[in-house]
Design a protein around this ligand. Sequence first.
Ligand code: SAM
Length: 280
Amino acid sequence: MAGELYVVATPIGNLGDMVPRAVDVLHAVDLIAAEDTRHSGRLLQHLGIETPMMAYHDHGDDRQMQRIKDALLAGQKIALISDAGTPLISDPGYKLVREVRQSGFRVIPIPGPCAVIAALSASGLPSDRFSFEGFPPHKSSARIKKFESLAKAPHTLIFYESPHRIVEALEDMIGVFGLEREVVMARELTKTYETFLSGSLADVHQLVLADPNQQKGEIVLILHGADEEAINPDNDEQDRVLRLLLDELPLKQAVALAAKVVGGQKNSLYQRALVLKGGS
Ligand code: SAM
């Protein structure tokens, strides 16, 4: 009997979102490793599950990891759950899954609720490309640095944020991404007071300031990616210079000179020159 680790998603608010396969697995396994056994105990009690539990945290002591590995070596099946949603997504489990997989055991996902995916799926913002950025740093200076590193990302950006920091985080976002960048704030997903606020950063900031209820509960922020202008503000100037030089010089020389005049990568200027030449 080979040991197996199941990574099991649990509800992010609405208990009706517990998937039947997750319930079956939690019944069937020998041991449940939980982020907080008291918190998860309430869910298991609600589901009538009496499987033994142990606490697991990535930053816990090595004995937790050793106990799980010993149990797997003895052929036991173990489920990993966190307080809410999908383990490892801003929750414990990464170290465990990596170690267990590297030790040659099967790791089996039981998919289900996850706030980042639920928020994105109903946000109306582009979902073809996105990055999940977790919680922004707590301190404003570090948060601004983090936002600056993402200012030119063209894809949708998704953050988790605490209600205590939501106003400051929106203010720092305005400082870096500008008043007009489109944002959706998804709050209390799957719960009674589920709310989506959408509009420009300036709009959503005003709505949150005006209504203290918007500064409560659990929050996901989904930010539109940068548009072409933000990614390359000198586009117009770059095109103007390239066009002038392409009229007078062979393509390679025009690109080399344009790179000296407007700066920028020769490769991307070369690609742009091909487009401009094709269109002229
Ligand atoms: N593992 C979880 C998941 O799959 O989404 C996330 C755990 S993380 C510690 C908790 C954060 O997730 C919250 O602070 C909030 O940003 C977000 N979150 C969790 N549940 C939520 C909900 N019902 N509505 C909105 N955001 C939620």
